[in-house]
Design a binder for this molecule. Structure first.
Ligand SMILES: [Zn+2]
Length: 410
């Protein structure tokens, strides 16, 4: 994209968008990307398409892991040249517009896309590749809505030549992607099965045998993956294992890295050239951040929905663990999802609980036969455990509260 090729209306919209974002930042109102993008799109509804034109774009969508996978994919494409990305997680068209306007001319862009906006952003950006990670319920959704989202994805991909990089282990994603012309399958794993027991194609039961799965009635079944994770290595379609030294914890992040390499391969990036760049990615908007305080080494893990809790248990090491739960608007007001999550992986460690809804969590842990101690605040949690490691797993606003408390002291 060059500024000379953009229509005047788009140029004006882009400039105003950047100015509004800068003013919003100067006023201390966050990073300004939403307001900047909103104003830009009001002036020119096609601004996102104009800003994307001439760039080679990758999109990343799914319920969990999209912010991390976007960062890893941007790092992998960095082998080729400058990459624009919405690294602050503003993942709707306003955020995309603002990110591209702010980045100026770059040959590449990697955009995290809220799963509800995938069709719209596919239309606007005509990406080279789109990564589909997983679909599971958020706090207020139910399994039926998950299948509806999979159908929306499938319909939005129909007839496009965009290359799809999709998770072979999630039946909802396979259903959405399998009719696409060009698909690369990644064995990204699926820890959370509760939203995919029923075939989205025919309604029959999905049967599982180890990693394999298949519908009991129709032809929906696990495709053979081209990319997979094997211990600390990512195995490419030629069977070559690439050892990755990620600074992000857990198997789930190695799977995210495999997806990033598979997307980058569609841009001509060889995995052996990209792996070193993946280890440059560490904490993402405070997630996975390690903070030293009062002789404690504290790591923060965000878990926004039931599948995210299971992934956090996989990432957390066997050290004292603080769980914090709120139920404010961004979290969902209903805490009944606690009963969808099996907390038994925590039985082998010291568990502390806090947050607005600690009592709901207490009842849940009691039913799950997990011993725990309630603490009224984060600082009291630190006082209650010996110096050393502490893992913190919190839902959205609880996570923000703890980050704010750490920022005040550090
Ligand atoms: Zn079926």
């Amino acid at each position: 994209m060059t500024d000379n090729t953009m229509p005047l209306r788009a140029k004006v919209a882009s400039t105003v968008s950047k100015t509004a974002a800068a003013l919003s930042r100067a006023a201390g109102r966050g990073d300004g990307s939403v307001i900047g993008g909103w104003i830009g799109l009001k002036i020119d509804p096609d601004l996102l398409a104009h800003l994307a034109a001439g760039r080679r774009v990758a999109l990343v969508s799914g319920t969990n892991g999209k912010t991390t996978t976007t960062r890893l994919t941007a790092a992998a494409l960095g082998v080729l040249g400058p990459v624009a990305t919405n690294s602050l997680g503003a993942n709707m068209p306003t955020g995309h517009t603002s990110a591209l306007a702010r980045a100026g001319r770059t040959p590449y862009a990697v955009l995290e896309v809220d799963e509800h906006y995938l069709a719209q952003v596919l239309d606007a950006t005509a990406p080279v590749a789109v990564a589909l990670l997983n679909l599971s319920r958020d706090q207020l959704d139910r399994a039926k809505e998950v299948a509806m989202m999979a159908t929306l994805w499938r319909d939005s991909l129909r007839g496009r030549d965009t290359h799809v990089v999709a998770n072979a282990d999630d039946p909802m994603v396979v259903y959405a992607a399998r009719d696409s012309t060009n698909v690369t399958w990644v064995a990204s794993g699926q820890r959370w099965h509760d939203d995919s027991w029923v075939c989205p194609e025919c309604g029959a039961h999905i049967e599982r045998d180890g990693d394999d799965w298949a519908c009991a009635r129709c032809d929906l079944r696990r495709p053979t993956p081209q990319w997979r994770v094997d211990g600390d290595a990512i195995v490419d379609p030629d069977g070559v294992a690439h050892t990755v030294h990620l600074r992000l914890p857990g198997r789930v992040n190695r799977a995210n890295a495999a997806t990033a390499l598979a997307v980058a391969a569609q841009f001509g990036v060889r995995p052996q050239d990209a792996v070193a760049h993946l280890s440059e990615v560490k904490s993402i908007a405070g997630r996975y951040a390690t903070v030293e305080r009062d002789g404690h080494t504290i790591r923060l893990l965000l878990a926004k929905n039931p599948a995210g809790w299971l992934e956090a248990f996989d990432m957390a090491e066997r050290v004292p663990t603080l769980l914090s739960i709120n139920a404010r608007d961004p979290d969902g007001l209903d805490t009944s999802w606690l009963y969808d999550v099996d907390f038994s992986p925590l039985r082998d460690r010291t568990v502390l609980i806090t947050g607005d809804r600690a009592m709901d969590l207490a009842v849940r842990l009691h039913v799950n036969e997990i011993a725990f101690e309630h603490v009224p605040s984060f600082s009291r949690a630190l006082a209650a455990i010996p110096r050393g490691r502490l893992e913190v797993i919190a839902n959205y606003t609880a996570f923000q509260d703890i980050r704010a408390e750490l920022d005040r002291v550090n």
